[in-house]
Design a protein around this ligand. Sequence first.
Ligand code: NDP
Length: 289
Amino acid sequence: ATSPVTLLGLGAMGTALARAWLAAGHPLTVWNRTPARAEALAAEGAKAADSAAAAVAASGLVVVCLLDDDSVGAALDGVDLTGKDLVNLTTTTPARARARAAWAEERGARYLDGGIMAVPPMIGVPEAGGYVFYSGSRELFELHRAALAVPVGTRYVGEDAGFAALHDVALLSAMYGMFAGVAHAFALIRREDIDPVAFAPLLVDWLAAMAQGAHGTAAQLRSGDYTENVVSNLAMQVAGTPTFLATAEQQGVSPELLQPYFALMRRRLEAGSGEEDLTGVVDLLLADR
Ligand code: NDP
């Protein structure tokens, strides 16, 4: 038998989650601040609650997917959470996730925080490879694992309620670094008669191949020896940076996305780390804090 689920928040993500639970036959109670968004789901078999309190009362498992942590506080203000299993899929910072966990536990709930590594079209589509990072109550995770795995994959990353958010933000931060590189690469070819659609597969394949380097970085961080298995040493890489900056200038492209990373590479070289790979940049980022 499928277990009942309550879902608060029917935005783009919440609505996709709701459809996946309905399709799998879970009795689903939904609530949204703007009630109109619950109407279509009610027609598909969900029970639309009149208030967040009524929705929370309807199931032991309460999933929240709202805009931000402030909306979670607003929606659950004064709601009785005693004995509930609260799963919060709202994106936030690690610190706010930890505070929200303490807040929920003070109110007698078990708490699991989630960071969604998927966009709405990937929900309910296992082949799409999306998943949610979970952290917080392991008991809650184990107990509701089957229901949680219905819309999208699950990865439990620890008892610290902030770890799901930390993993989420770490992956997305790396993504923005990649997007920055992609923007710079397209800008470089943009003034020429080069078809961006023909260029894109070259870019994608190169990034996929180079992303493998993260395994080597990880091994060096673990061992503490940044000269082990070096593929391209820092001295050589820094010597190459004028080529990148000159090419940007020749193509009339602003170097502003490349410069900060090159500056860190130079600082590490000047500190005497020419035989290393790029791993030392991680320490520079930490040392500045
Ligand atoms: P939407 O903007 O589509 O929906 C926001 C939801 O939050 C709506 O249900 C809205 O209610 C509700 N809300 C906003 N403010 C309040 C408030 N003060 N009190 C009560 N409810 C409130 O966002 P998504 O559904 O796309 O995203 C939800 C969460 O999922 C976010 O934390 C987002 O970061 C995360 N996420 C989204 C992804 C995406 O691609 N969409 C990908 C990964 C994570 P109302 O309808 O009344 O405005």
